[in-house]
Design a protein around this ligand. Structure first.
Ligand SMILES: Nc1ncnc2c1ncn2[C@@H]1O[C@H](COP(=O)(O)OP(=O)(O)O)[C@@H](O)[C@H]1O
Ligand SMILES: O=P(O)(O)O[C@H]1O[C@H](CO)[C@@H](O[C@H]2O[C@H](CO)[C@@H](O)[C@H](O)[C@H]2O)[C@H](O)[C@H]1O
Length: 463
């Protein structure tokens, strides 16, 4: 397929107005300027394509630039089955009239992506292109599969690929913001699966590729990740909020989740690089936490009154003597990142790390207690969904920490570990204040109350 500059321009104009209305588009409410369009065909006919769309969000040359991955299908005639997925109609794309569809909703697009994974083939030119990879011993792509796009509040786009009897259904996650470098979702989950850890979905493969970074340099990284789909599973947020809503005890499940978390941490510590927690390394962690206090206080003025106490709490990390080595972690761990399946128990998902952090930072070894802190915050969120949860939140907290301790052998509520955990919990709550202020102002009260509670001079740990 030969792509022309005029066609690229027409597609750029179409996407400029369509993309900002999509769930995955992060820069809502500002003027959007398309600075570059790079199109790569995924199949021979060029129906399935991947667009790397560089946008400047906001007026002025210093406005932030982001490269979005936009899967499209380019069809020579309208498809009545895809009416709801039509992006627009163009008189001339690469020499013929074209109907442009939102790729994930077009089974042809997903089939092309899966074919690349199964065949381990590449597509596209030498400078802009994609390559499929099958995971070692990975799951096969089901034959003649039907596809369905998940509709949840997702920052990426996931397509479920159903399977016939005897085959395993898959889920293909298409990363929407392209950053150069390995995506931890692929690297970490693959390492866990390769080590035989059953606490993550089994892998099928991934797609990586090349594009041009906003500054004009050549960039390469992961574009999509394909894994086992756990049909019939429920995410832990749903299970936990249903329990608290019905006044049911959740401590057994929380204890088991603590065990599962510790198991995953143990495998990550042996399979991926670690770093000793030297005084210099801990000082760097403390500096990062202090930066986050400043960032959160600048973003949300209600935090100003707690800034000094918050700085003191996180700075204490610097002086911890018995910190365990830093290692790869989940990075954005909360109840919504865990599934419960009857056959497998708790299964962890989405190892991409916090979406508000740069990708390179999310791939560095970190304190495993960051994940523990994330899940403790999540029990507090779940408890906050009912008017009077009683001791439901603190009970889950105690049970989770008991389960974690039973596997790790060291209790994060004691000694220097308690100092680390208290700092990380506060750090997560500050992140959440900013996240909620930007995304769900009605939820802001939950992390804001937590920040005040965590900073009360009494014990930082209510359990
Ligand atoms: N392997 C899977 N099996 C079943 N459901 C899944 C699987 N992976 C993801 N999901 C569902 O899709 C949702 C979003 O997936 P996630 O990887 O967290 O995407 P994002 O990075 O866009 O948040 C999950 O909360 C879960 O409900
Ligand atoms: O799952 P994402 O990677 O998109 O994570 C972001 O969104 C989460 C909300 O969907 C947010 O999580 C916060 O709210 C949860 C309840 O909806 C709660 O369980 C978490 O503990 C709380 O942090 C997450 O912080 C954000 O990065």
């Amino acid at each position: 397929m030969k792509t022309s500059a005029a066609s690229d321009e027409a597609i750029a104009e179409l996407l400029r107005t369509w993309a900002p209305a999509q769930r995955w588009f992060a820069h809502k409410g500002v003027a959007v300027h398309v600075e570059r369009v790079e199109r790569t065909p995924l199949d021979e006919g060029g129906v399935a394509q991947l667009v790397a769309l560089t946008v400047r969000a906001g007026d002025g040359d210093d406005a932030p630039r982001t490269v979005y991955s936009v899967p499209i299908s380019v069809r020579p005639s309208p498809d009545p089955d895809l009416v709801a997925a039509l992006v627009g109609e163009l008189p001339d794309v690469d020499g013929a009239p074209a109907w442009i569809y939102d790729g994930p909703h077009d089974p042809t697009w997903t089939r092309a992506l899966l074919t690349l994974v199964a065949s381990e083939e590449g597509a596209g030119s030498r400078t802009v292109g994609v390559n499929g990879h099958s995971a070692e011993g990975g799951l096969p792509v089901p034959a003649g599969a039907r596809t369905k796009v998940l509709t949840g509040e997702q920052s990426n786009t996931s397509i479920v690929v159903s399977a016939d009897v005897g085959e395993t259904p898959l889920i293909a996650k298409v990363f929407r913001v392209l950053s150069a470098g390995d995506n931890p979702d692929v690297v970490v989950q693959t390492a866990l699966a390769d080590a035989g850890c059953a606490r993550v979905p089994r892998p099928a493969g991934w797609v990586d590729g090349r594009w041009t970074a906003p500054d004009g340099s050549a960039a390469a990284g992961h574009l999509a990740h394909v894994t086992e789909f756990l049909a019939g599973s429920q995410d832990a947020w749903r299970v936990a909020t249903a329990a608290v809503g019905a006044g049911e005890d959740f401590t057994e499940q929380a204890r088991e989740l603590g065990r599962a978390t510790a198991e995953v941490h143990a495998v990550l510590a042996t399979e991926l690089p670690t770093e000793p927690a030297t005084p210099a390394r801990l000082a760097a962690v403390a500096d990062g936490l202090l930066e986050r206090v400043a960032w959160a206080c600048a973003a949300v003025p209600q935090l100003h009154e707690v800034a000094a106490a918050a700085r003191e709490r996180v700075d204490a990390v610097r002086h911890v003597q018995d910190a365990p080595p830093l290692q790869r972690v989940h990075g954005d761990y909360h109840l919504g990142q865990v599934l419960h399946s009857d056959a497998r128990g708790w299964v962890l998902l989405d190892f991409e790390g916090e979406p508000l952090r740069p990708l390179a930072e999310r791939s560095l070894p970190d304190l495993a207690l960051r994940d523990v802190a994330g899940m403790l915050r999540s029990f507090d969120y779940a408890a906050s969904t009912v008017a009077d949860p009683g001791s439901w939140g603190p009970d889950c907290r105690t049970a989770f920490l008991d389960g974690y301790t039973a596997v790790v052998g060291a209790d994060p509520r004691t000694g220097g570990q308690a100092v680390l955990l208290a700092a990380l919990e506060l750090d997560k709550a500050l992140y959440e204040v900013v996240y909620e202020a930007r995304n769900r102002p009605d939820w802001l009260r939950i992390p804001l109350d937590a920040v005040h509670r965590l900073l009360r001079p009494a014990s930082p740990d209510p359990s």
